[in-house]
Design a protein around this ligand. Structure first.
Ligand code: MLT
Length: 219
């Protein structure tokens, strides 16, 4: 489904950083619970120097913490809200990337935790939007309501998960990797011994993955 461009996109708090060149990719940065649109800017620069960065702020307020969708409790999501918010975010991305003249053939989401979860929902609900996604500490966000007939064969996904993650059990990341792979996504799974975090060696692996993805011909 093509995302209709949001008409109120300028009301979203966000940071937009222009690319160094027209061919450079665009990273859609999606922060974790309690962070904001500035949190992942350094990560974006480190992952893809010279890329355009589009970094919005999650619009759900959970006791003062910014999030991308509501949850009933830790790990149990309000899936209706996930779906509605993913559609809203797709509309923001469509409008903002057009306004800023960002490269949409190489639009790659980079999400941490709750931001990785909404990025995974975007992949499943708006497969046309993203060329790929780097998902750090991600869970399977649609919790049984994944659409079956989605073709993700044009998408590449990097999923990193910690075996000692107390917030997002690694089985959730494995389930998500399976859901995306079964729909055709080229999925790389990076397991690490840490918790709900992004260790330096995972960052290095994600950089390599991203460099390969952006040097491949656009589909
Ligand atoms: C979520 O709620 O999306 C995940 O459980 C991770 C978190 O944000 O705490």
């Amino acid at each position: 489904m093509n995302a209709p461009k949001s008409r109120d996109w300028q009301q979203w708090e966000h940071v937009a950083v222009p690319a160094d060149t027209a061919q450079a990719p665009t990273l859609l940065l999606l922060h974790g619970t309690g962070a904001d649109e500035r949190d992942l800017l350094d990560l974006g620069h480190a992952l893809a120097p010279g890329a355009a960065l589009l970094s919005p702020r999650g619009r759900v307020d959970e006791n003062g913490a910014n999030r991308w969708f509501r949850r009933l409790r830790e790990g149990v999501f309000d899936v209706d809200d996930v779906v509605a918010r993913a559609h809203e975010l797709a509309g923001f991305v469509a409008a903002a990337t057009e306004h800023y003249g960002m490269n949409r053939d190489r639009l790659i989401a980079v999400g941490f935790s709750n931001g990785a979860n909404i990025a995974a929902a975007l992949l499943l609900l708006h497969p046309e939007l993203l060329r790929g996604a780097a998902l750090f500490a991600a869970a399977a966000p649609l919790q049984g309501r994944e659409p079956e007939h989605v073709d993700l064969s044009a998408a590449s996904v990097f999923i990193a998960a910690g075996t000692a993650d107390p917030i997002t059990p690694i089985d959730q990341a494995r389930l998500l990797a399976d859901q995306l792979s079964r729909r055709g996504a080229h999925t790389q799974f990076a397991q690490h011994p840490g918790g709900h975090t992004l260790p330096p060696d995972v960052l290095t692996a994600a950089r390599t993955w991203l460099a390969q993805l952006v040097s491949a011909p656009a589909t």
